[in-house]
Design a protein around this ligand. Sequence first.
Ligand SMILES: Cc1cc2nc3c(=O)[nH]c(=O)nc-3n(C[C@H](O)[C@H](O)[C@H](O)COP(=O)(O)OP(=O)(O)OC[C@H]3O[C@@H](n4cnc5c(N)ncnc54)[C@H](O)[C@@H]3O)c2cc1C
Length: 477
Amino acid sequence: MELKAFMPGMILDELADAVGGYDNVSIENSDRATYGVDYFWVGRMWEDRGQVPPMPDWIVRPGSAQEVSKVLKIANYYKIPVHIWGGGSGSQGGALPMTGGILMDMKRMNHLIEIDEVSRTITAEAGMIFQQLEWYANEKGYSCQHIPSCLTCGTIGGALGHRGIGIMSTKYGKIDDQCISMEVVLPNGDIINTLPVPKHAAGPDLNQIFIGSEGTLGVITKATFKLYEQPEDRQFRAFLFPDMHSGYMAGRDIMQKVKPSILRFYDEAESSSIIKKILGFEQPGCFMNLAVEGFKKIVDIEMEIILECVKKWGGQDLGSDYGEKWFENRITFFYPGHIMDIPQMFGTMDTVATYANIEKIYLAMKKAVKEEFPFVRYISHSSHWYEWGCMNYTRFIVEPKDVPQDPEEARRLHNRIWNVGVRAAMENGGVINDHHGIGLKLSRLMKEQYGPAMQVMEALKKQLDPNGIMNPYKLGL
Ligand SMILES: Cc1cc2nc3c(=O)[nH]c(=O)nc-3n(C[C@H](O)[C@H](O)[C@H](O)COP(=O)(O)OP(=O)(O)OC[C@H]3O[C@@H](n4cnc5c(N)ncnc54)[C@H](O)[C@@H]3O)c2cc1C
């Protein structure tokens, strides 16, 4: 149904009334265009080639859960799609307003609500940039220990929406391990709270229904997270392994015995390019660095155990300097000059699997992509480890001379590379994403990943959002 004459204006007036006035809404083209690009390569290429980006029709900036609720009620009445925008730093096109409609920019909801020093928790509104939350925690001597490379540009809602992860994940967990409870506005406008504690036995944990739901099931408006004391001691160490097998096995051995806070393991191609460039490390092989932290006495013992594991798997101890240098440069890896950027084509095919499958997946993805697209450069590291497995942060890079200028052809090549890489991962027991989410980029592959299990998510979506207004075509929903 097309809206005619002054109808869009009528809806604008209603939205302005819902969110505290005209300062908090916009239909200006200059504002609409800023929401057409996140960190998804296709969206960025599209704009780079002078194409019109996906744009919302109305932008709203709610200041409370009540205002979010009013907007969703209006959207449901008119059956207008709603897209939630946190920091817009997502790499999967998750926040892009592909169908037009309302774009809800959450950043007005950026207030600290409470620090509970007895339970060691911190509660804030979901539009707050995570760095701000970390600063509030630091003021009291604590840390949230959610330190992703997007710390300064991603919001609380975005991290929960994509099930994000920080560099300290091996000790402190992913965002879903760190979140205690949430307030969510359902698509019909009802404001609900998950139970005050996670891991209860009062039925399924509602937190886990909304974490990773990418704005398709509701709007997260508030969340409570764990707080940690700053560690008494943090020790760094770097190692060199002769091949991927020995490094994977050493990492597994370490994770099944102790919990380092950081554990990163680079394949030879990334060790000899990015690691060489940033850390100045030149020897051939596969580079690993890690950190262990906590009380000094325990850290000393944990480091001893780690050194034994590394020796057992044939790793060379490089001492603490490279590990420290890595930590100093933890964000530099994403600075211009180090990170891939347009006019290159690139993508991070992050895949997570059990230890029994992860090496097989590394080899299978590389073979499949290189065979079909010989001009692709392929680098990989494993940045997040669990007791049962780890993820591969695998990147493909196409140099500008091999990237088609025609935007349709460029998009086609991009999606073909993804299909080949991701299918090779799935065929070998991999899950198509560890922490960046599905968004628009991988939406088409969700049914292949889940099979008949996809109906559970579809049923949830149908029940909670019968008009299908929330972030259409994302997450395979
Ligand atoms: C340089 C760089 C480094 C990065 N490093 C990391 C990293 O270390 N770890 C990591 O996990 N990711 C990383 N990312 C990816 C990305 O930044 C994260 O996924 C981030 O958490 C997204 O947050 P955002 O607020 O920008 O979300 P957006 O991009 O705005 O949105 C992401 C998704 O969440 C939904 N959403 C946003 N807010 C809400 C809400 N309040 N309620 C419900 N749904 C919501 C959106 O609709 C969308 O589907 C990186 C990205 C860049 C550009």
